[in-house]
Design a protein around this ligand. Structure first.
Ligand SMILES: Cc1ncc(COP(=O)(O)O)c(C=O)c1O
Length: 447
């Protein structure tokens, strides 16, 4: 498949082979999250955002596997390098308890977990975060961030935000404040307090509508909660505040500087730690390496996963516990291929200027969409390639996701009535134009 000339073509979706494969899958799979019956044919052509399914439909994938494949399909920037190496057995090595290298340790032939951690800490150097704990998933990156903060601060409380999503393990789910299905009847970590999350990039104290700032004169809800005289949470007992710098599952919500400045000011006053959950918003998605890079806040801990292929909790060496075995995981660094892919992805983002591309292509998407008179669209927003379109109802959003896939465009829902669009970071002008055409047609279909 030549990416420069590839086009979308859908015969029937889901086709008969997809239905068969989906039926087989569900004979064994526990119920989980399934958006549509897209079955990728791993032996068929795929390039960039173009992917062939088992019924030979060619689709434009603007989900990038929920951001977990930030460079799209068969990207030569990754594959050509990986093809140089004969993978060895055991492919999966025992996490950070096990060291590996290829050839000269100072100049190994391929990047492993140590190189991955080295590259990661270059991106967090501006925050003084120089140490990494690798794990297997986003939820584990969050779990370990919580443990690190409880240990470093001796505090017993955490602060989270309305609309938050941080993963599905018992610790991480205690922080979730988006769909109630994530927490219903599961035991939770006690002492997690919540406040509203700003969802208006341009709002000020005076214009705030989420309730975080009741009005220009009254202190913010977090300030009132932590007030040593009249608040109901002793700030000395707060171990951490965790935020998604841009909320993902909660609906692609972009907070204002005024909101983030207030969080930074309260951290300064009370000394709790700030965790930036960058699992969805990081790795170049917003055109910054980390979404928080664009905000007036220096995190104490950064969590990454998805496009990194492994989970990562990044903090300063002073924040991490010094005692061994406080943190550990058998498969913590993923497998050799995971570590390599994560490292090559970071290198590709830098070497190919993909942050600038994400910014330019995201702007183009919003510009092209904004030129159209589209029915039932309340808002189209984004930064870089973290893009969203909000509709007048949940049903409408679901209908647009369905109509889009019928036309050959893969998108995803988030929040209650928002559709998210996550093209690969090296998406081209041609692909963006094609995606906007398909999405606009789907919006008309759903109307
Ligand atoms: C912001 C955020 N945090 C945590 C997670 C959990 O990551 P994982 O599914 O790898 O456990 C996700 C997953 O979507 C996420 O978006």
């Amino acid at each position: 498949m030549d990416r420069a000339t590839a086009t979308v073509s859908v015969d029937s979706f889901p086709g008969p082979k997809a239905e068969q494969r989906v039926e087989y899958h569900h004979r064994f799979a526990a119920p989980s999250t399934y958006v549509y019956e897209f079955v990728w044919d791993t032996l068929a052509d795929a390039a960039g955002p173009f992917v062939t399914d088992v019924d030979s439909n060619v689709l434009l994938d603007f989900t990038s596997h929920v951001g977990a494949a930030p460079l799209g399909y068969n990207n030569p920037k990754i594959l050509d390098r990986m093809a140089e190496f004969d993978l060895v057995d055991p492919l999966k090595i025992a996490g950070q308890d096990f060291y590996l290298s290829a050839g000269d340790p100072t100049e190994p032939a391929y990047p492993g977990p140590a190189e991955l951690m080295d590259l990661l800490t270059e991106t967090t150097e501006r925050y003084g975060l120089d140490t990494v704990f690798l794990s297997n998933s986003g939820a584990e990156a969050v779990e370990n961030a919580m443990k690190v903060c409880y240990d470093a601060s001796h505090g017993k409380y955490g602060v989270t935000f309305e609309g938050a999503f941080h993963g599905r393990t018992l610790g991480a789910l205690s922080l979730n404040r988006s769909k109630e299905v994530y927490r219903r009847r599961f035991p939770e970590i006690h002492g997690i307090h919540e406040v509203p999350y700003c969802d208006d990039r341009a709002c000020t104290r005076a214009t705030c509508s989420c309730g975080f700032f009741p009005n220009a004169e009254t202190p913010s809800q977090l300030r009132r909660m932590l007030d040593p005289e009249s608040g109901y949470v002793d700030p000395a007992d707060v171990a951490y505040l965790i935020l998604e710098p841009v909320q993902g599952e909660g609906g692609y919500r972009f907070p204002s500087d005024a909101f983030v400045e207030e969080l930074a000011a309260l951290r300064e006053e009370h000394g709790f730690l700030v965790i930036a959950d960058e699992i969805q918003s990081g790795m170049g998605r917003t055109g910054e390496f980390w979404a928080v890079d664009d905000y007036p806040l220096d995190p104490d801990v950064v969590c990454a996963a998805k496009g990194l292929r492994v989970g990562a909790t990044v903090a300063s060496s002073e924040t991490f516990p010094t005692e061994t075995s406080r943190l550990s995981s058998t498969w913590g660094a993923g497998d050799i291929a995971d570590a390599m892919q994560g490292a090559l992805t970071i290198e590709a983002i830098h070497d190919h200027d993909l942050l600038a591309n994400a910014t330019a292509m995201g702007d183009l998407f919003l510009e092209l969409l904004g030129e159209r008179e589209l029915p039932n669209v309340l808002d189209a927003r984004g930064k870089g390639l973290m893009l969203a379109v909000e509709f007048d109802s949940k049903q409408r959003r679901d209908d647009v996701v369905d109509a889009a896939v019928q036309r050959g465009l893969l998108t995803l829902g988030c929040g209650t009535r928002t559709l998210r669009v996550l093209p690969p970071l090296d998406v081209t002008e041609r692909e963006i134009t094609m995606g906007v055409d398909l999405l606009a047609a789907a919006i008309e279909d759903a109307a």
